[in-house]
Structure formats: structure tokens, C-alpha cells
Design a protein around this ligand. Structure first.
Ligand SMILES: Cc1cc2nc3c(=O)[nH]c(=O)nc-3n(C[C@H](O)[C@H](O)[C@H](O)COP(=O)(O)O)c2cc1C
Length: 268
């Protein structure tokens, strides 16, 4: 099979010949042009994946529009490790909910369902998230141990998606995460009958008051209904935003958990 990554790191400007063109810039107009190709001239100073913006003030210039690979993921990579790295980079660089991902499940009729969850860990097994076992998603995951997750990090122009099987985490792992949550969040986990009808907001406030009185100190035990799941991917796709909608996509897949990862590049 042809190696879809052969050009990475070797041919910096993949497809440049087709995509390079010149433009006349209006005299006197100040324009911001993105010159990804410019890194060829300053190689070594900027890291792969960085973009470089140049302010042009006047005159006729040559703007080179090139598709420069931003995704430097060699085919022999462990995609779970890359996934963990992308999440860590998002957490380090993004302030609001960098670990939020859309979790897709299906109900008993096969009708899709989706909502956001926080992915608190990615390890050699997969992606860990936590929820109420008796919620809609909790029930769907118990009935059909399959799901998909999709992250979008706008600041980095990245999408990360994976799908696969799901298993429930051990109680020790769930308890360890639960202990890291704030006391109000732990009280809320006791009070909320997640996804079931609520007559009024006062009813929820009353349930919080009862739980608060029941567990007055910082020792709020783990509720039986609070659990965690691990999504074990059979497919992982890395997506990097490109210019002119020429995004990059690299998909890894494996036939079984014990099988080796395969990978291929996809049209955007
Ligand atoms: C950014 C964000 C993060 C969320 N994280 C979680 C989470 O980690 N666990 C959870 O149970 N619900 C989380 N929620 C709430 C869920 O999206 C959802 O409303 C709730 O879990 C009920 O979903 P269900 O009825 O499909 O089970 C989050 C919502 C948002 C917007």
C-alpha cells in the first residue's frame, strides 16, 4: 500500500505547484496574508504546524497559496498516545472546557442521541468520562456498549473523533475522579436524578439541601449511581483545518483491540 505520509517532513509544500498563483494587491491597501509557504524560507525557526502571517502594505507581490501539511502524525504512531497529546495541548492552551466532547450513543430503537461530556483522561485503553448510570446516556451505554466522541478545538483548528466499544470503569477509578470534584458538584451528583423529569427547580434545590445536610463535611461519598465509562476506540480520526477547505484527515483503525493499528489519509 502506498504510504500516505511519505511527503510529511520531506516535501514541505505538497501540491504547491497546482496551488501556487500570483495576485495583484491593490496599491495602498493594507492586507493580511497568510503565507504558510513562507516557512520554507525560514525553516528551522518555526515549528511544523505553526502559521506565519505577514503584513503587506503596498505594491505587487507574489502570494503563494500552498497546501502545507500541518498534521505530522507518522503512520507508526500510537493514535491513542496522539489523542492524549492533542487533549493535553488543548487543556494547556484553551481556557473554556477544552476537555468537552460530544458523545454519541443510540437508544433501543437505534435512534441516535448526542450530548457533551468532559473527557477527563485518555490512557492506553481509551477515553474516560463520568456520568450518572441511570441517565439516558448511562442506560444507552449499558444496553449497547458502543459510542462515538468528537472534540472540536477552534483555536487550534482541530477536530478529533473516535468510535468504538465502551466499558464501565472500576469503582476505584470512579471514586478517585469523584474525589477531585468540588463539594457542591459532589452534592449535586447526589441530588440530581439526571435525565428524569423534574417538577420544579425548587425540588432540585430541596434535594441539594437534603444531601448537604446528610454529608456536612468534606467527606461526600461516591453515589452508587455515579459512574464512569471508557470508550475503547476502533477508529480514531485526526482532522486539521487547512486553507481553502483543504483540510487534512488521517484515520487510524484496527480490526480488534489486540490488532495492529492501520492508517490512511482521507479526502477532506
Ligand atoms: C460542556 C459540557 C460538559 C458536560 N459534561 C458532562 C459530564 O462530564 N457528565 C455528564 O453526565 N453530563 C455532562 N454535561 C451535561 C450533558 O451534556 C447532558 O445534558 C446530561 O449528561 C444528560 O444527558 P443524557 O440525558 O443524554 O444522559 C455536560 C454539558 C456540557 C454543555
Amino acid at each position: 500500500m502506498a504510504n500516505p505520509f511519505y511527503h510529511l517532513g520531506q516535501q514541505t509544500c505538497w501540491g504547491a505547484e497546482d496551488e501556487t498563483r500570483t495576485r495583484d494587491l491593490n496599491l495602498g491597501k493594507v492586507a493580511l496574508y497568510q503565507l504558510s509557504y513562507f516557512r520554507l524560507l525560514i525553516g528551522g525557526i518555526w515549528q511544523p504546524g505553526e502559521r506565519f502571517y505577514l503584513m503587506l502594505s503596498r505594491g505587487r507581490r507574489c502570494e503563494r497559496i500552498a497546501i502545507v501539511p500541518e498534521l505530522n502524525i507518522p503512520p507508526q504512531s500510537d493514535p491513542l498516545a496522539v489523542m492524549g497529546q492533542w487533549l493535553a495541548e488543548a487543556v494547556a492552551q484553551i481556557a473554556d472546557n477544552p476537555d468537552a466532547a460530544c458523545l454519541a450513543t443510540a437508544d433501543g430503537d437505534g435512534m441516535p442521541d448526542a450530548r457533551y461530556v468532559l473527557v477527563k483522561r485518555i490512557d492506553h485503553n481509551g477515553a474516560h468520562f463520568f456520568t450518572n448510570r441511570d441517565s439516558a446516556k448511562g442506560r444507552q451505554l449499558q444496553d449497547r456498549q458502543q459510542a462515538a466522541l468528537a472534540f472540536y478545538w477552534r483555536e487550534q483548528g482541530r477536530q478529533l473523533r473516535c468510535r468504538g466499544s465502551v466499558f464501565e470503569l472500576e469503582r476505584g477509578q470512579v471514586a478517585a475522579y469523584f474525589a477531585t470534584r468540588s463539594r457542591p458538584s459532589r452534592i449535586g451528583a447526589w441530588a440530581s436524578r439526571q435525565s428524569r423529569p423534574l417538577a420544579s427547580i425548587e425540588q432540585l434545590q430541596e434535594a441539594c439541601r437534603i444531601a448537604d445536610a446528610q454529608y456536612p463535611g468534606d467527606e461526600v461519598p461516591l453515589p452508587d449511581h455515579w459512574t464512569g465509562f471508557c470508550l475503547v476506540p476502533g477508529q480514531i480520526e485526526f482532522w486539521q483545518e487547512g486553507e481553502h477547505r483543504l483540510h487534512e484527515r488521517i484515520r487510524f483503525w484496527r480490526a480488534a483491540e489486540s490488532a495492529a493499528w492501520q492508517c490512511e489519509r482521507l479526502y477532506p
